[in-house]
Design a protein around this ligand. Sequence first.
Ligand code: URP
Ligand code: ZN
Ligand code: ZN
Ligand code: ZN
Length: 484
Amino acid sequence: MRTVIKGGTIVAADRSYKADIAIEDEKIVQIGADLSGDKVLDAEGCYVMPGGIDPHVHLKMPFMGTHSADDFESGTRAGLAGGTTMVVDFCLPSPGQSLLEALEGWHAKSQRACGDYSFHMAVTWWSEQVFEEMQQVVDLGINSFKHFMAYKGALMVDDDELFDSFQRCAAIGALPMVHAENGDVVATMQQKLLAQGIRGPEGHAMSRPPEVEGEATNRAIMIADMAGVPLYVVHTSCEQAHEAIRRARQKGMRVYGEPLIQHLVLDDSEYRNPDWDHAAQRVMSPPFRDKSNQDSLWAGLQAGSLQVVATDHCAFTIDQKRTGIDDFTKIPNGTGGLEDRMPMLWTEGVNTGRLTPNEFVAVTSTNIARILNIYPQKGAILEGSDADIVVWDPKKSKVISPETQQSVVEYNVFDGREVTGLPRYTLSRGTLAVDDGRVCATPGHGRFVKRAPFGEVNKALSKWKEVTAPRQVVRKPENMPACV
Ligand code: URP
Ligand code: ZN
Ligand code: ZN
Ligand code: ZN
């Protein structure tokens, strides 16, 4: 069976050009003019791009006494509906739990994924056992380790643990990631606000100001530099954090920043909405920021100081959010976005001239494929790459609504926004998941994607650290003072 995508303009991170694409056995086998096949997909008037990769999702995540509502089936279906063909979830061992045991649990719950997926491993506690198991986790195809600097008393690790774990990552060729917020300061601010009688969702944002994120981002960067390892900062939401990343990169440090589509387009006025449900549904960490931060994030994507747009998709139902009805610290943190990331970014980025189509491909797919060391299997339209492809119709419009979304929650933080630019077709390893705009994803089609350690940046950085390591000065006896 040979599928051909005909008549479109291929948009890669580095260039755009007109060509057809032939697919056989889940792979792109040929790119060229006038190709023919058994099945033809009409891409006339469309851009043909690598499927999106969302490197930050939480599907059925155990968190704050509940589980996020979308599972691997509804979550990956939502992704495919919006042109995202791969997601990376976070495996979270509970404190004291074996990483390998937790990983088995994550593999079990991802069986019905409609599109491809991978996992980051979280380091939620520290011991000799965790140190040892990190190598085994790498051997099982996971090359990234997440650290929470927030959520004190739950997922948070502190600086000695960060430093130990980062050094371990350096040794095994892995990439450490951080949720950068100062968890100690947040916990104190939360108590202070509650004591002042501020109990509504607005208190959530007040307890986590940009300084909390800027400080932690800078701290993680310095610790990573001392450990000699690259660093990936998730959900960079504000200028303070972006500034730390930008400064580090200008000094030659290998640091990556990941704004979310939510922070690029939504702001903290949401928390002042008179409707409690509306405000609580927007509670996530870091919170939405003052609008001025959005310009910084967009500029970072343009300048290359920020590399990836993700969602941190972690959706909770109205009832789940209401757990925090009289205490904002009990509102489950998280918002959805998987289905909307690509259409929203196209609409707010490409249609406004803030991003070129090539930059769009870079920040939704190619850059993260490189960072996670799965390029060009993923993130590319090249012969031999997986046929994860989105045929993007730049004229197709819709108004985002929970009525028509794939996520199981009853609301959408982008509700009412019009997007222009949507998938005509989405292919997951050559199989149609969106057919002429209609979602037809297959549960169980998704496969776990293994990621090898020692990506190019890890190798280069450890070489550099070796070359510049402290060295003893060996002195001849005649150059020593006579008394010794
Ligand atoms: O509020 C959020 N972001 N929830 C998901 C967990 C995390 O911190 O990424
Ligand atoms: Zn400690
Ligand atoms: Zn986080
Ligand atoms: Zn997250």
